[in-house]
Design a binder for this molecule. Sequence first.
Ligand code: NAD
Ligand code: TYD
Length: 342
Amino acid sequence: MTETTIRSVVVTGGAGFIGSTFARLLVERGYEQVRVFDKLTYAGNPANIDDLRSCPGFSFVQGDICNRDDVERACEGFDAIVNFAAETHVDRSLMDPGEFITTDVYGVFVLLEVVRERGLKRFVHVSTDEVYGQVSDGSWVETDPLAPRNPYSASKAGGELMLGAYVATHGVPALISRGSNTYGPYQYPEKFLPLAATNVLDGQPIPVYGDGLQVRDWLHADDHAAAIELLLCKGTVGEIYNIAGSNERRNIDIARIILDELDVPEDMLKHVTDRKGHDRRYSMDCTKITKLGWAPSVDFESGLRETIRWYRDHREWWEPLKSGEFGEYYRRNYGGREVVEA
Ligand code: NAD
Ligand code: TYD
């Protein structure tokens, strides 16, 4: 274990879902300077960090991780970068993969270059369980091979490999976290949970891909953020750490809890044409980060129900997101899908 004192952090992608949760955690924990650096793509939302703007030591800079000048300027005088910036939605990666390769691979390379040249103390790169690909039995450990099966996860794997190369060749002080499916407030409503909850709240059905028996391991955003903060201070350079909630659930069961919490009947659930190359199950072993002292603290069922109620009570947050660009995306992704037998 290597412990480093980090007082100032640039949170790239910090106007997104998990990045904003992480930036809030750093502010609450008294970091001297917390800077959100974000391109504000369709998924980046200034409203996610509104509450932080007046906090001492907090700043926001709009910029692109693929633009070296932007990154260099934003990191001047900071100890560390934690990188959440990415294109993140599998369905979009099936339709338009180009931007995924640009941000999730080239963007990570730019960040690594800046960390190397400017001599930053730490770079934590936030990755995903999806780089392992699907697993039918058992759980992946950090040394298992990468076998991504869609353009999103392949791009994330590419970014990870570049990081490994910079650690080995230039000794860049970088490490990787691999988180599982994350849920909580402020998640862009293209992802399954907020999409399903907000659809129901709008009187629309939940589109369940295929038989709905695919399994994801759900992790609350607060627990995900706390794990990454632990790695920032206590993680070992060059290492990879799995982070999961140990809440493996079938999609259909998540959908049923949403129906139950919002008190709507089962016929609001529609099985539709499956996602291409849909990974059946993700599962990771988290022994390694547990040994550093992390454990998830949010009880799954109550965390999930509380999250559903948050979307119910925050229409002003998600309604603007479901208009404009989102409508076009929704038609492209869901318009051609047929209702299928479960
Ligand atoms: P998100 O889509 O909500 O947010 C991504 C953020 O990155 C947005 O604010 C966006 O504006 C910003 N961004 C995109 N391209 C950028 C660029 N070129 N330069 C600067 N900013 C850019 O994503 P999220 O769900 O919060 O995920 C954050 C990270 O965590 C991602 O790296 C993702 O791969 C990883 N992750 C997510 C999950 C999950 O379930 N959501 C699980 C494991 C890992
Ligand atoms: P998603 O939130 O897109 O995350 P990921 O694909 O990264 O796991 O999807 C979670 C699960 O829900 C995944 O198995 C796909 C499924 N899903 C649906 O059944 N319907 C949908 O409309 C969406 C967006 C996802």
